[in-house]
Design a protein around this ligand. Sequence first.
Ligand SMILES: [Zn+2]
Length: 536
Amino acid sequence: MPKTLWDHLPAKQYLAAQEQHLVRFIREMIYPYSPYYRELLDYNRIKPGVIKTVKDLSCIPFTTKADIAPLPEDPDIPFSLVLQPTPERMKETGLSLRMKQRGMKLTRGRKGYAAAMDREFLPIHYHFTIGRTALPTPVLYTQYDLLRMGECGRRLFELLELKREDLVINAFPFAPHLAFWMTYFAAEAAGVPALHTGGGRILGTHRILDALERLKGTALTATPSYAYHLLRLAASEGRDFSSLHTLIMGGDRLPAGLKGKIQELLGKVGAEKAAVASTYGFTEGRVAWSECRPSALSKEESSGYHLFPDMEIIEIIDPDSGSRLSEGEDGELVYTSLEWRGSVLLRFRTGDLIKGGLDYSPCPFCGRSLPRLGLEITRTSEYKEFELTKLKGTLVDLNAFYPLLSGHKDVLEWQLEIRKHNDDPYDLDELYLHVAPAEGMSKRYLEKELQELLQREIEVAPTRIVFHSLPRLLHKLGLDTKGRERRFVDLRPGAAGRSMSEEEEPEPQESMDFEGIPEEEPHAEGCADDDLLDED
Ligand SMILES: [Zn+2]
């Protein structure tokens, strides 16, 4: 593949360039134009001129999700992150920028200048995070930003070696979220044909399968769970996906076990050589990062996510002390926007723990000299919100269930339900694990194995394991009907039957149908009730 400027600079060179850009960005854009950071820096008596290196960033306090989430009494907080060049503030910017603006006015005229300023600074595209305890936080893009998102998407396609002859089937759910739109703008920017299906809820799972088979889709973008669901159906229907050579998994983690199960299914639909790529992104970071194609093809090791050093600065910190860690150390990812407009962030604490942290050495798979981020990521933000303090006295990390169950060879699908004993808000938490077992699997054996596995790995065993047929569990998960799967369901009083996937769209009415006692309420000790399996 031809090397382009963005991926071949040696680390020393891009780090130096990054530093220059950061210093100028804070001085000429963030401090004058961001109401949020201007106030923060003034309050902490930090003059923008004191930031001369990336290391100096550590004098700026962190920004957390809670800091930027809208409050009922102050819904406009997230909008204070948006760069707003008012005439008054523009007078304070550096001489070079003022000269540039004056030049633009002279050459383009007043109208042309206003249009150029709008393109750069006027927000025209919104994404939302759905906070579980807070209101959704909007993240705003200007036209300038959309071009940048497109460029990141183009690079992502380049990393995965997609070409103009390819056909991308975009099966991410249609929603104001990163995964769907990043695929959309990536395809636009890379000039790769794409069918944006909107996911199972919009186009329907069978039409997506038809599109993959009849249009000979070569690349599929979807959440790992939905891709697994699609491929399982395709395999059972004997479909031919031999044209499919790339799967781009996003919106959720891809545990190694699930990757293995997906690869196995790909073999059954004639696409055994397809690459299965993990990507990582978060709404506030505005783009997603991916591993490269040779890494996605590998069954064992991974290159980690290739970052874009001209778009962001990533720090890895000790989550307890907040101090910056060196290359290769495990820690929490802290994100700073570089040269973006719209919602701009400085030192944003993602709550995501990165195993192996950052790596500045050239990629052993593709040789690119981009900084890389460890593949294994756990989200502490979810942990903090959903720890189950009263469950047998143990704190439970719900995220830990995901790789253990999705990667389990005898578990086709699963759902975890949290409720209160007797529906009494003061009583103990109970965990119900719903499982669709692999065909021919002894349920008694699987139940024992899962109890032991979870006890050993997470130190908590479910209160009950309820077995279901696959169609019934798929219905509960809403893989075909909801924007996002309902993997974790909280039925504790006050939780309103909410599902816990981070980027799920609000669905207050629909989710109610799941409230109260589900029809699969086990009969006393009937955890391994065979009858339940035959109901469908
Ligand atoms: Zn690589």
